[in-house]
Every structure is written in C-alpha cells, then in structure tokens.
Design a binder for this molecule. Structure first.
Ligand code: PAF
Length: 334
C-alpha cells in the first residue's frame, strides 16, 4: 500500500477506535449487560513479550469481567506506530498501548530522563527506580496528558547493529547513518558519538535498512531477531547496551472514564501485572535471540569496552531539561 493511502486508512481506524460498548447476553441473570470492546496496540510481533503479556492481560480481564470487557490486541503497528498510539491515548482514540518510553517523551517531556544513555546501573536498579517514588512522579506527569500508567515493562537493552563493519569503539560509528527513535536524547547521543542519526518510526526503519538509506539501527536483540535484521543488511551487532529501554503499559484516561467503576478496577489491576510478566519474558527470551542471530550469520561483538562510549555521550547530560529528576535517578542508585 502506498504510504499516504496507508496513513489515511490508519487515521480512519484510529478515529473509529475508542471504547465500543454493545449489549451482550448476561450469562447469570439472563438480562443484558453492556460489553466494552477495547483496542490495544503495539509495534512488535505476536511472539514478542509486549504482545504475550498484553494477551494474557486481555484474557484475564475477559474472564474476571465475565466477558464484559473484551480487549483486542493489535500487533505490528497495525493500529499505529508508537508515536501515533500515544497520541491516540491522549485523544481517547486508542484505549490501550504498550510502548517504549522514547516516543512518549514528545507528549510527556519529563520522560526524557529515562532514555539518557548508560543511566541505570543494572536492570534491577531500573526496576527499583521505576516502581518507586520517581516512577510514580513520572506516572503523574503522564496522567496530566490523559495517559494512565498501568505498569512499567521493558523493551530491553539497546544494542547497535550495522551493515558496514564491527563497531568496537565510538570511532567506528563516525559517519555511520543510523536510524534512531523519534527522541531528542537518542538523536543527541548518536550525534555525540559521531554518527549521522535519522529519527524515524519503526514502521519505516525496516525499509530504510533494506534499501540502504541507513546503515545501522539500535534495538534489543529480540527485536533484531524477530524482524530478521540479518536479512536487512545488518551483519554486525555490538552489545553496547547503551540504553535500558523502558516500556510502559498504558490506558487512555478517556477510556478509563467511560468504563463503569467495577470494570475499570479490574482493567487497572490486571494492567498492573502486565509489565512484570513482560519483563520476565524478555529476560527468558533474550539469550535465545542472541543465539539465533549468531546462527543466522550475524557477527556479535560481545566484549566491548563501554567506557569510551560513556565518555563520548557526556554532552547529552548537559542537554537534559529535567536535571533535578535526572539527579534523583542517579542518587537513588548510590
Ligand atoms: O526502535 C523502536 O522504535 C522501538 O524499540 C520498537 C522496536 C518499536 C519497540 O518498542
């Protein structure tokens, strides 16, 4: 489908989304109760933890509400790429989404701090920060934009892949055309590393890699594996782990308000479980993806001296607007 037409179809789908209430048979009482059909979207395939945890959440909600809440989970950016999904949540045209935090920053600027390179000491440290006061404060900022945080999940550690040569030091990134997420911090980080970053949605990235419009991209191993990036000229992957990419399960405030109280409680309770489940799955699947990438002929550069990369991205820290928040995250890890 040609791009413009595809966008029009997508816009129409988004406009038609939102809570759809219909009448269903009430099993127990014989009367009729309203059935709420919600649309949930994300950008990854159905065997990715984003989807598996979302589907489990949908199944549990359907069971607990006796079929009064049905959640249709759309994978592969079918109802919008991440930025479009987030916008849809703010407008109430998308009910639920799971997204990495980078594109959410366009709507909730405070989230910029989560995508600062080499910010978290470890996965556990990140989870502690997110599930604590700082995470709650960020959730409050999202709520001001009409987005309810259900739970924090993860996309995983981001690593650089490319078609040109093994990357062992920042010098190897010099002049490399790299697709980044639509996020100022990612852009600044790769500029500081000497690369030529081009921000674009994931929906455009694959074609850009295939056609050689960009040489490189950065994403967790599972994404590289599930999208067969080795078939899109990506011969090398360096385990830079430069960003612990946080993800979030989100609900539109508008959808929340349209649901009766008993149902919204169940949706929120189940949504609170999704992030942890999703994170567990990422941890389980990561090693398998790396193995598969190797088997498919990708050269994985595992022993990387991270210090020069950390040093090179220092200018990014000066660009952060929410310095106090950033300092709180650093202090929380000391
Ligand atoms: O690179 C991205 O845009 C994101 O990491 C992705 C693949 C959409 C998953 O959140």
């Amino acid at each position: 489908m040609e791009w413009k037409k595809k966008m029009t179809v997508m816009a129409a789908m988004l406009a038609g989304a939102g809570v759809m209430a219909g009448c269903g048979d009430e099993a127990a009482g014989g009367g009729e109760e309203e059935v709420y059909t919600l649309q949930a979207g994300h950008s990854l395939p159905v065997d990715h933890p984003y989807h598996i945890a979302f589907q489990e959440m949908a199944d549990d909600i359907e069971e607990r509400t006796d079929g009064r809440v049905i959640i249709e989970v759309f994978a592969n950016s079918e109802i919008g790429a991440e930025r479009e999904l987030i916008e849809g949540l703010t407008l109430g045209t998308v009910d639920l989404a799971v997204s990495s935090t980078a594109p959410i920053t366009s709507f909730v600027p405070e989230l910029e701090v989560l995508d600062v390179p080499f910010l978290f000491e470890s996965r556990d440290a990140a989870v502690e920060v997110l599930n604590g006061e700082i995470g709650d404060d960020l959730a409050a900022q999202m709520e001001e934009q009409g987005i309810i945080l259900l739970s924090w999940g993860e996309n995983g550690y981001r690593h650089v892949t490319n078609s040109v040569h093994p990357i062992e030091s920042p010098e190897d990134l010099e002049g490399l055309k790299i697709r980044t997420q639509e996020n100022e911090i990612h852009l600044a980080a790769f500029e500081a590393l000497g690369a030529q970053p081009t921000p674009m949605a994931w929906t455009e990235a694959l074609t850009a890699l295939q056609q050689g419009v960009v040489d490189a991209q950065e994403n967790p191993a599972i994404v590289a594996d599930q999208f067969n990036l080795y078939e899109a000229n990506q011969k090398f992957m360096t385990l830079t782990g430069h960003v612990y990419s946080v993800a979030a399960y989100l609900l539109s405030q508008q959808t929340y308000e349209e649901l009766p109280e008993d149902l919204r409680e169940i949706v929120v309770e189940e949504g609170m479980e999704a992030g942890e489940r999703q994170r567990e799955l990422i941890i389980e699947m990561e090693a398998e993806s790396l193995k598969n990438l190797k088997e498919q002929g990708m050269e994985i550069i595992e022993e990387v001296d991270i210090a020069p990369f950390q040093e090179a991205v220092q200018p990014v820290y000066d660009q952060i607007e929410h310095v106090e928040l950033l300092n709180r995250i650093k202090e929380a890890q000391q």
